[in-house]
Write a protein that binds this ligand. Structure first.
Ligand SMILES: CC(C)(COP(=O)(O)OP(=O)(O)OC[C@H]1O[C@@H](n2cnc3c(N)ncnc32)[C@H](O)[C@@H]1OP(=O)(O)O)[C@@H](O)C(=O)NCCC(=O)NCCS
Length: 321
């Protein structure tokens, strides 16, 4: 079992996904799938309703075509009764129509991107849902999960931005940190967020404008969220490993115990999550689009049904209670 939203499954997403499912069941929200002309989504829609983790599922497209497609994989959409809604839309309008329904409060979350590109999903979300109050940046985080193993406790970490902002400005780096904390609190309420702004340097061990930028972003973040433990700039080992953190950044509020990692740019964030996934055995749940007024999120086009289910739970939980 894994929660890898784009490919290889790690060994450890299962327990985290089970927790998300249980919490989604307690909420029983309504979720929309604009990219519904896809057997993966049709099976997921049926499962969400059957297991009670969504009270309603809204699909976009032609009802007859969706019913026929579902039948090819043994899903009886009519059997879902009133829990299934179909909004008749043509393909070009589906992303915008779902944003409209979310904005009107008819849905708690929308999940697209199993067919549409990230850029199209992000644009539809920004224009249809808008940004969260006080935020100017939409970014994409991944919840990275790895199970318990010999000599190692289970781990849940958040990486951002791995999916949207190619070359973030200082202001955008602060927004990415603030929104990552919000995502963390919605999905991992059992642990306080600890934020690290990452670099190739720890606390001035190297001097260059790129390292100084992350140090400045960390300072601005600490001013914006003084109640959250944070630090930067930190190298990943100093941020993650207690002994190295103690050696390289003694007295730091985040070194050695960070769980939310802000990367300097999209190259770094995207490469890092894939390395953790492919070499580190982490399951990667996401990309979770953060910074929007309501949860309108993205999927990789390579998502499996398990990935889509995990993202559905996560996004239902990000809706305002
Ligand atoms: C998401 C993305 C398409 C936005 O591109 P863009 O060219 O800036 O978008 P547009 O010009 O269409 O912008 C539309 C509006 O949204 C705003 N906008 C774009 N990206 C934004 C963001 N991340 N946060 C907030 N607003 C954003 C723009 O400022 C613009 O606003 P305006 O109309 O008021 O000027 C671009 O950042 C991108 O391609 N990112 C990489 C996505 C990707 O390929 N990921 C794959 C790796 S997993």
């Amino acid at each position: 079992m894994g929660a890898a939203a784009d490919g290889t499954h790690g060994d450890g997403g299962g327990a985290m996904v089970a927790r998300l499912r249980e919490r989604a069941r307690a909420r029983r929200g309504a979720i929309g799938f604009p990219d519904a002309q896809d057997t993966r989504v049709l099976r997921v829609a049926a499962q969400l309703v059957a297991e009670g983790s969504a009270a309603r599922v809204r699909l976009y497209g032609e009802r007859a075509a969706l019913v026929a497609l579902a039948r090819t994989v043994g899903v009886d959409l009519a059997g879902l009764g009133a829990a299934l809604e179909v909004r008749e839309t043509d393909g070009a309008q589906r992303l915008a129509a779902a944003a409209e329904d979310l904005q009107r409060g008819e849905l708690d979350a929308v999940l697209a991107g199993n067919l549409a590109t990230t850029a199209d999903v992000v644009r539809a979300a920004i224009s249809g849902v808008g940004l969260a109050p006080g935020v100017k940046t939409v970014s994409g985080s991944f919840l990275m999960c790895r199970g318990e193993a010999a000599g190692r406790a289970a781990q849940t970490l958040l990486f951002a931005d791995c999916g949207v902002v190619i070359a973030p400005s200082l202001r955008q780096l602060v927004d990415i940190g603030v929104e990552s904390v919000r995502t963390w609190r919605a999905l991992v309420p059992e642990a306080p967020p600890v934020v690290a702004y990452l670099s190739y340097s720890t606390k001035g061990s190297a001097h260059h404008e790129t390292q100084e930028r992350m140090a400045e972003a960390a300072r601005l973040f600490a001013t914006a969220m003084p109640d959250v433990a944070s630090d930067g700039e930190l190298q990943f080992d100093a941020a993650f490993d207690a002994a190295i953190g103690q050696r390289k950044a003694p007295g730091s509020a985040a070194a050695g115990r960070a769980n939310c990692f802000v990367f300097p740019n999209l190259d770094a964030g995207n490469i890092a999550y894939k390395i953790a996934q492919r070499l580190g055995g982490f399951a990667a749940l996401g990309p979770i689009l953060q910074g929007l007024g309501k949860p309108y999120s993205d999927l990789s086009r390579g998502s499996t049904e398990e990935d889509i289910l995990a993202s559905a739970y996560a996004n239902l939980l990000r809706a305002a209670p």
